[in-house]
Structure formats: C-alpha cells, structure tokens
Ligand binder design. Sequence first.
Ligand code: ATP
Ligand code: MG
Ligand code: MG
Length: 351
Amino acid sequence: GSTIGILGGGQLGRMIAVAAAQLGYRTHVLAPDEESVAAQTASSFTRADYHSHIVLDELASHADVITYEFENVALAPVTHLAAKVPVRPGAKSLEIAQDRANEKSFVAELGGRTAPWALVTTRDELHEAIARIGAPSILKTLRLGYDGKGQVRLHEASEAEAAWAAIGERPAILEGFVTFSHEFSIITVRGLDGTLASYPPPWNEHKDGILARSTLPAPAEIARHWTEAAALSGRVAEALGHIGVLTCEFFATEDGPVFNEMAPRVHNSGHWTIEGAETSQFENHVRAICGLPLGSTALTGTHVEMENLIGDEADRWPELLVEPGTHLHLYGKGQARPGRKMGHVTRVKRG
Ligand code: ATP
Ligand code: MG
Ligand code: MG
C-alpha cells in the first residue's frame, strides 16, 4: 500500500492516521513533540523539527503524498518537500491561512464579508487603526494564534497601550467587534480532480475562546446563511487550488455571514462527522489527497452534537462511556491542563 506523510503530531493527525489505516494506507508522522498522540495511531514516527533537510528528504523518499494537521508549519520545509513529493493541500493554502491579513484580503476579493480590520505593525499604527475602526475591537497577532491565544479585546480606545503590550508588540490586525447571533463553520473538501463537497454547518459555541460544542442541524439563524457561506468557501478552495479539507469560520449576522478565519485542514468543529456523517472529515481528507472519489457528507441522524472535553472535563469519561448512544474519544494525552483539549464526545440521535 501507499504511505501518507503527516506533518504535526496532535489529535488531528491522530484521527487522520486512523482514517487512513481503515482505507489501507500506511502513515508516517513527523513532529517535534516528545510525546506525539498522532504517533500512537500512525504506522511510524520521526521525532524531529521540520527544518532538517536530511529528515525531510527521508520522509519524501518513502511517502507517496504529504499532508499536515496544523497550519503553523513553516513554509520553507513544505516547499522543500513539494519539490520531491506532492504536498496536499499545497503551499498556497498555508501561505494565505497562516496570516490573518492575507486570509481576510483573499476572502474579501472573492466576495466575502469580513469585519472591518487594519494591519498594525507599530504602536502608531495601532492608534490610527483605533481612530478608524473604534472600540469595542479585537487586536489579534497576525500569525500563530489559536484557541483565542494571541488576542486581546479593547473595550475602549484608552486600552490601546495595554493591548499592544499584551500581544507582545508583534505584528497584528485590529478587528472591529462583530455583533452576531451564532457562530458556524463550513467544512469543505476538494478532491484531486477539483470535485467539491461540504458538510452541513454546525452551530459552534465557544467558551473562553475555545470551541466547547458543535450542534446539528444548525438553527434557522445559521441555516439561512448556509448557501452563501458554502458557495464562498467553495470559491476559496478553488482559488487556492486546495486539495483536502478546508474549514472556514463564520459569524451569523443580520447582514449575512461574516467570514472570520480559515484553517487549511481538518477542524475541531468537524469532529462530529466521525459518527454523525456518512463519511468523516478525516476520511474525506484522505480520499482527497490520495485522489479517491469523495464520500457522502450527509448526516447519519436527525440530531448530532459534539462536546469537547477540555482540561479535567475528561475525568467524566467513566460516566460518558456508559451513556447510551454516546461515542467517547480520548486523545491519549498525558497531563490534563486547563484549556487543553483532552477528548470529545459525540451524540447522534436517530429518528
Ligand atoms: P481557533 O482556535 O478557532 O483557531 P483563534 O485563536 O484563531 O481560534 P478566532 O477564531 O479569530 O481565534 O477568535 C476566537 C473567538 O473569538 C471566535 O470564535 C469568536 O467567538 C470571538 N471573536 C473573534 N473575532 C471576533 C470579532 N471580530 N467580533 C466578535 N467576536 C470575535
Ligand atoms: Mg484560528
Ligand atoms: Mg477561530
């Protein structure tokens, strides 16, 4: 069989490796992590950072295709690999999604709505941005933020200096605060032949900047934006030449769907697809990067709910395990810490 190389060692890589194994592929994980939870389910593992050409060439020599499970892998190793073996999704998807200014401009050019925003690279630019966008607003580091880390809310203009210090005086964007009723995501998959498919949108509820729950079907406030948001996501995937899963996050507002950010990969808000969709996001990602036909994205039940187990919430596993109709996933991470994603549960109601 063929071998899929996976850059990144977290739970998303772990779940890609499980889906790949089911379709008969071997997986090789490359990650710097001392303990990689993806390595536990992959066929093999190299612990190394992404910058050694020796390590990259070794991976390229025995992988038939390479993918990644997080978007902060540097561009240089990806372009190095791509010269030797197909990397899917490609470097362009990474380049756009790694940078909040790039992703917002890219999506706006394709007709998407975004919050008003401004690039901020100096203290003076922050003051100019606040004069233009006002408060409340959010200052987000341009790169590397996740789970609400690397962002600060400004309730009023006087908080500018504190916010600039709080994000470490790094390049950032200032974003106007969006008034929304709900958040949702569109998980799109684009096959090697350009075929597009996408899942019904989950309603995503966050707690402390971290996804807490995804629920389907989404309420009417989201459903009315589904067609527009899915069409935009499809245009984004096409314009990127994206192969594999692409996730776009949206706010549901009175004016229509407002694009927040994208991830060029499988996504936490798609974990419900493992039992709640006919083909999981992980399997469809594998199918896409391996050039197989995509599978159905239809719901398997009338109601699906995914709940994240964050920090010590995972201690509830014994009761969740015996709850009828509940699918428990634990990621095999050693130490529970506040804010750390330890697992999730999915409940599918049929009829
Ligand atoms: P993720 O873990 O999803 O990658 P992130 O750290 O990249 O998160 P965002 O998704 O940009 O951060 O923001 C985290 C959350 O903060 C959003 O899901 C939303 O609840 C809130 N938020 C972000 N931007 C805005 C905005 N402009 N207006 C209102 N709320 C916002
Ligand atoms: Mg993000
Ligand atoms: Mg987000």
